[in-house]
Each structure stands twice: as C-alpha cells, then as structure tokens.
Design a protein around this ligand. Sequence first.
Ligand SMILES: [Zn+2]
Length: 262
Amino acid sequence: MELLNNLSWIIIIIVTCIYVLVLYLTKKIPIIRGYIGEWRVKKELDKLPEGYESLHDLMISVDGKMSQIDHIVIATTGIFIIETKNLTGIVYGKIRQKNWVQYQSKHHKRQFQNPLHQNYGHMKQLASVLEREESDFETLVVFNERVKLKLDNDLQIIRNSQVVKVIQSYKETKLTDGECQELIIQLRKINIQSYKNKQKHIEQIQQNIKNSELLIKQNICPKCKTELVKRTGKHGEFLGCSNFPKCRYTAKSKNAKFDKLY
Ligand SMILES: [Zn+2]
C-alpha cells in the first residue's frame, strides 16, 4: 500500500514537471510556438473534404533563393498558400508596413515581417516555378485565436478555426482535376525539405546579411545598388538611399545614436 502511495506521488511530480516545462517552452520559444501553430492549422486542414489536397512545411528554391511555406492546399478552386502565425499578446500592423510589431507585454516587443508581404513573395515564387498564372493562387494568413490583432480594418486575416470555411467559400473553378494532380507531383518534386537544405537556407540568410554589410561599408544601397547618403533624422544621423523616395532603404551610420531605423 505504501509503495503504491509513493509511486503515485512520483507520477504526480513527474507529470507536474513535464507540464511546467511544456508551459515554459511554449511561452518562451517562438520557434516551438511556430511549430505548434503549424500543427494546429494542419489539423484544421485535415478536415477538408475529398478533392482538397494539403501539403505542409515546404521548402522551395527559386533562382537560388529558398523560402519556407507553411501550407499549400490544392483544389480545383485554386492553389491556396497559407502562412501561419501563432503569437501571444497584441499585434499591430498595416497593409503597407514592411514589419509588424508584436507586444508580448508593455516592455517586451518584437518585430516580424508583414505576413501579407511574406505570403505575396511566396505566391510570386510559386507562380514562376510552377509556371502558373498569379490568378490561380489565393494567399491566406492564419492567426491563432488568442492573439489580439490591431490591424487595418480591411485586411484579409483569418483565424485557425475559419481556415476550412474560408477555403471552401471559393467556388470558381480554376484548375482541372488533372492539373491538380500534376501540381501536387510538381510540388513534391521541388520541395527540398531536409536538414541539409535547412542548413543551406540559414547559411544563405547569413551570407545575405554579410553582403549587405559589405555594400553599406562602401556606401552602396543593398536593395537597389545606388549610392547611400548621410541624412539627419530626429534620432540623429543615418544612411539613406539616394534613390529616395523610390527606395526607402536606411542603415545606421557609424555616428548614429540608435540601433534600429527600419
Ligand atoms: Zn536603394
């Protein structure tokens, strides 16, 4: 009897420890939150009826540039590209902004790429590599239920629980069954998701940063390759593209008093 009691205490302690650890990890690590978000949307997409094919966590390379796509759904009503965001706190964003801001608390904020722009980029890449018209695609950004969103009113953002309904609301036929099958085969072929390719993806990002830094040192705009000139803003001196307002690239100048301008 005593042994049984001890055993149940040990089990309770172990379960509590695991629970606390999971709670801690899900709160603290955005990458894990990202995976959980993708898994939740995957579970939702599994509810789509026959005729809708879903592919998850794809890595594709176009002209040496790699990008990661959370989900693609293929149906006769189109190719749906889905970007998943699983965040806490409050998110502020506008359609034209390059970055959106997430406030996890009053003093803890973080910037992330505008997911609409991110998804648009993915769509462009896929249209080129699959040799399809852009009108064959639909892009969806899916947020988890709990995060508060302070966005432009007319933004096309949906929540996890709406994703199936929204996809099914598209009725116009854009592809034949044969084309759908062909696309799935094509996508599986170009998906280079593997540890090695992930490493390459990270190395490429690091290389891009290095290249940008080199160009900035020579006063060249990494975005459009025209000259960078010194400007003074309300936070002090910075480098701005001489091609402004066409190019809005800015970098911090050596004498700058701040870390981030863009
Ligand atoms: Zn520029």
